[in-house]
Design a protein around this ligand. Structure first.
Ligand SMILES: O=P(O)(O)OP(=O)(O)OP(=O)(O)OC[C@H]1O[C@@H](n2cnc3c(O)ncnc32)[C@H](O)[C@@H]1O
Length: 204
């Protein structure tokens, strides 16, 4: 059974394919509720699961860039800020700061039916009855520094996010996954799936 990764972002799906055998990217515009990344991802996964038929499992990823000197900005507004200000202007906002430390964080939320459920991931399980939808969450975070844009790979804020001297846009997908927020969350998710019944879905 494929995992339907509900995202408009091809880059996220490519990163997930390094951990999971059968990922199908699906466009579905779930409601972005107010709240932290886990709240947004869990509500989005639950909504998308029902809207897409309520049978096959659904994965949602909500990520954000948190800049220490900007009190965590853009954080949950990272997507809006990339679309409006753009990545170069986020760099320029940080340029004058002495402390340009930041971190990237993501929460994966996986919505499924309990008869293919194991123990929770990080891991919220919110089933109310035996066949209610359950949502597991898996979090990953990576520290870094905001720098002038470098590199052509990756997506989003990757050109201005440096980790250990290399921006994420200068890394291959595998190199980014080895250190990134999403790679860490995907590794936890793949481990959790590997403990699942074999026919449910495909961890590598
Ligand atoms: O919500 P979906 O459709 O999955 O796609 P999105 O790209 O809007 O995803 P997010 O809201 O999770 O992302 C918030 C912002 O952070 C950016 N972003 C997410 N993950 C990133 C990563 O690994 N590297 C760089 N930027 C990233 C992304 O481009 C957005 O501008």
């Amino acid at each position: 059974m494929p995992i339907r990764f509900v995202t408009s972002n091809e880059g996220k799906a490519d990163e997930a394919r390094e951990y999971l055998d059968d990922v199908e990217r699906v466009d579905y515009d779930y409601t972005e509720v107010q709240g932290d990344l886990a709240t947004v991802a869990a509500a989005g996964a639950r909504e998308a699961f029902e809207a897409l038929g309520g049978v096959d499992p659904v994965l949602v990823d909500d990520a954000g860039l948190f800049v220490r000197a900007l009190d965590g900005f853009p954080g949950p507004y990272s997507s809006f800020v990339e679309d409006t200000l753009g990545v170069d202007r986020v760099w320029r906002l940080c340029e004058a700061e002495d402390d340009r430390r930041a971190h990237f964080r993501t929460v994966l939320a996986y919505a499924h039916r309990p008869d293919d459920a194991g123990d929770g991931g990080d891991g919220e399980e919110t089933g109310e009855s035996d066949n209610a939808v359950q949502v597991e969450t898996f979090e990953g975070s990576v520290p870094g520094t905001i720098v002038a844009p470098r590199g052509d790979g990756g997506f989003g804020y990757d050109p201005i996010f440096e980790h250990d001297g290399t921006t994420m846009a200068e890394m291959s997908t595998a190199e980014k996954n080895a250190v990134s927020h999403r790679g860490r969350a995907l590794a936890k998710f793949a481990d959790w799936l590997a403990g699942e019944p074999a026919d449910t879905k495909g961890a590598k």
